[in-house]
Unconditional design. Structure first.
Length: 671
């Protein structure tokens, strides 16, 4: 994990080429293939970040970092119970200041898709619907007129914050989503849209989640269905490794949706989408950039998981990569804890950490970078520079689309081709936690062009161009096209051959970086060079050990209850009174950009400042982190409480977790 907080602007070279502020207000249309802005096809990269889960003074920096990662559209929820936790008292201050967040997105030239509920889920208490709503005697998420009356008040409040910031006004808001993961009649979604339109929402398009199948579809064209996929799910009831249908996310397939999302709510799902949905463009809004940890199930996500899923979605025909989450966050302070948990009246399927919503996202809870932040950048730069060319290309599937978990019998690949015989070949020889082997003597062909016979190493994921920009084919991956230069990324373990349309063929060439072309205007980069292309050198803070001491041993072990949703319940505040207690001394040093990193043995831990809970963690193999700059300067000491890990606890711990029963601090440092 990289934890630097210093990023250079790189504004000149990293200008978003397919969407910019100059496009705000221009006509936005769509057809069955893609979005079009002023008649130009675009393939956006959408990153989810929840503004109310990040302190307001960090928004500018974090939104800019998302842009540097290649994100071209921001998605964010407006959680109802974050802004109206008490009936009739709306809060749009501090980190709930939606308008200021949207203004920052405008300054960074990033369009916004606003997900306005009323139900959002997002692992928020009651899915975002305030507790007081459940005392009103109306049916939630229905056409009950009483319920819709409250929704109207919510939408009017949201609209008061976005006035003048809609796309038609030259603002960043290009679309909004109604509700989330709704499975009933489309009439309810249309009722929400009617309220929004009457309130004043007037946007180029509107969206909904394309899963599960609606019992009655919405009229065609009213809302674009957006899809998702994840490498693993904290919501699975099982505590076994690789349970569920997540392996399907690593297969090229025409089926757009997922049968693995929200299985605790939706049960077993069939590979079926609502009638007519395939006449829309294929977009995603919840492609797993990481995964949250629930108390009973704690997946450890690898950067290859996110990268392989994104590449597979592109190869399968998607023209919008939407990540959930792209940036993690921290639940804000409220009248009560605002995390999803089994003890609440609704949306009580899982026990999530009280504060942390890190999500192992490309940018974590405190803006720290996980490896997929860099790993995904070459894909995002590629979409900025070749998205217009990729968008009209149809997906072709030469290999079976229904491979079983761990199937190693053949290479997984697909290609997309246009009518002018240009195209891209997509290769994926990776599946999460499965040992796929090298595939030998592979012959890939697309658009009438045969690539040389190749051995595709285990774990390889790549996109090879065919008849693109003077390149007949290449066994390297296109990354960017700027200032007359074309940059390709060398694929480790595959000899690089570049065959030019002018008849020149270069074989077994090595990366020479940005300093020297391998042929005319062609530059070949290593993966690391491609991941950091157009970024100044990152400064990584050195780690410093921190003094700590144990104050109290842990008390008697709690009996882990099984909750109403038949999975293990997380500890309560009272349970943490029996935790082992440590004091941590904070050095007198500048805390800006510094992370406290705690590696420990145990079940879960909490961090307190002056008696107030500031952070918590379910141990799963990565360090427990906290951004020290969020503390008042007067705080010189923190209290750490750790509950011991119990033998045979009914929880899933990944391979990387410390599974020794008991508790102890292994290391505390500041990075």
């Amino acid at each position: 994990m990289r934890v630097s907080r210093l990023f250079a602007a790189a504004l000149t070279l990293l200008t978003v080429l397919n969407i910019s502020a100059a496009d705000f207000g221009k006509p936005v249309t769509w057809d069955r293939l893609s979005l079009m802005i002023d008649g130009r096809r675009v393939c956006p990269v959408m990153g989810e970040v929840h503004y109310s889960r990040i302190p307001a003074d960090e928004w500018q920096q974090e939104v800019h970092k998302m842009k540097e990662g290649g994100v071209t559209v921001i998605a964010t929820y407006v959680f109802w119970n974050h802004v109206e936790e008490q009936e009739g008292i709306f809060r749009w201050d501090g980190q709930r200041d939606l308008r200021r967040f949207l203004e920052i997105c405008r300054e960074e030239e990033l369009p916004v898709v606003l997900r306005i509920g009323p139900f959002c889920h997002g692992e928020v208490r009651c899915g975002g619907i305030p507790d007081w709503m459940f005392t009103k005697g109306c049916k939630m998420r229905s056409q009950d007129t009483k319920f819709l009356g409250y929704v109207e008040k919510l939408y009017r409040q949201i609209f008061s914050q976005i006035t003048g910031l809609q796309w038609k006004d030259g603002g960043p808001i290009v679309a909004c989503q109604f509700d989330n993961e709704y499975r009933g009649s489309g009439d309810y979604l249309m009722a929400l849209k009617k309220i929004a339109l009457q309130t004043g929402f007037d946007l180029p398009f509107y969206t909904r989640t394309g899963w599960p199948e609606l019992s009655k579809p919405v009229p065609f064209g009213e809302m674009l269905p957006l899809y998702g996929d994840y490498a693993d799910g904290f919501w699975e009831r099982s505590t076994q490794e690789t349970s569920g249908n997540y392996y399907k996310a690593f297969n090229f397939k025409a089926f757009r949706s997922s049968t693995a999302i929200a299985t605790e709510q939706l049960g077993n799902q069939q590979e079926k989408v609502s009638k007519g949905d395939e006449d829309y463009p294929y977009f995603t809004c919840e492609l797993g950039g990481g995964m949250a940890t629930a108390y009973h199930r704690r997946p450890y996500i690898y950067p290859e998981d996110a990268y392989a899923m994104a590449l597979v979605k592109l190869g399968s025909g998607s023209n919008l990569l939407g990540y959930y989450m792209y940036h993690g966050g921290t639940n804000p302070e409220g009248l009560t804890y605002l995390n999803e948990n089994q003890r609440t009246v609704a949306t009580n399927y899982n026990d999530l950490p009280v504060k942390s919503y890190d999500f192992q996202a490309p940018l974590g809870e405190f803006g720290q970078t996980y490896p997929q932040y860099y790993m995904l950048r070459p894909l995002h730069l590629f979409l900025q520079d070749w998205g217009e060319q990729l968008a009209p290309m149809e997906a072709v599937f030469p290999t079976p689309q229904d491979l079983k978990k761990g199937d190693d019998s053949q290479l997984r690949w697909a290609y997309r081709a246009s009518t002018d015989n240009s195209g891209f070949i997509f290769v994926n020889n990776y599946e999460r936690l499965q040992q796929l082997t090298a595939k030998k003597d592979v012959r890939l062909e697309a658009c009438g062009v045969k690539l040389p016979r190749l051995t595709i190493p285990a774990g390889t994921m790549a996109i090879f161009p065919v008849n693109i920009d003077g390149i007949r084919y290449a066994t390297a991956q296109l990354v960017a096209k700027r200032d007359g230069r074309i940059y390709l990324m060398q694929i480790e373990g595959i000899p690089t051959t570049i065959s030019m349309a002018d008849g020149k063929t270069l074989k077994n060439i090595k990366a020479k970086g940005r300093a020297k072309p391998v042929y005319k205007n062609i530059y070949l980069l290593t993966r690391n060079e491609a991941e950091h292309l157009f970024m100044d050198t990152e400064v990584v803070n050195t780690a410093e050990s921190v003094r700590y001491q144990k104050l109290h041993e842990a008390g008697p072990l709690r009996k882990i209850p099984i909750g109403v949703q038949k999975v293990a319940e997380e500890p309560t505040d009272a349970d943490f009174q029996q935790a082992a207690v440590y004091s941590i001394e904070l050095p007198d040093a500048d805390r800006k950009g510094r992370l406290l990193s705690i590696t420990y043995q145990g079940d879960c831990a909490r961090l307190y400042a002056d008696g107030q809970l500031v952070a918590d963690n379910f141990q799963y193999g990565r360090p427990f982190l906290y951004g020290l700059w969020r503390l008042p300067e007067a705080v010189k000491q923190l209290e750490l409480r750790i509950l011991p890990l119990q033998e045979n606890a009914p929880i899933y711990l990944p391979r990387e977790a410390e599974k020794t029963p008991g508790e102890r601090v292994l290391k505390i440092e500041i990075r």
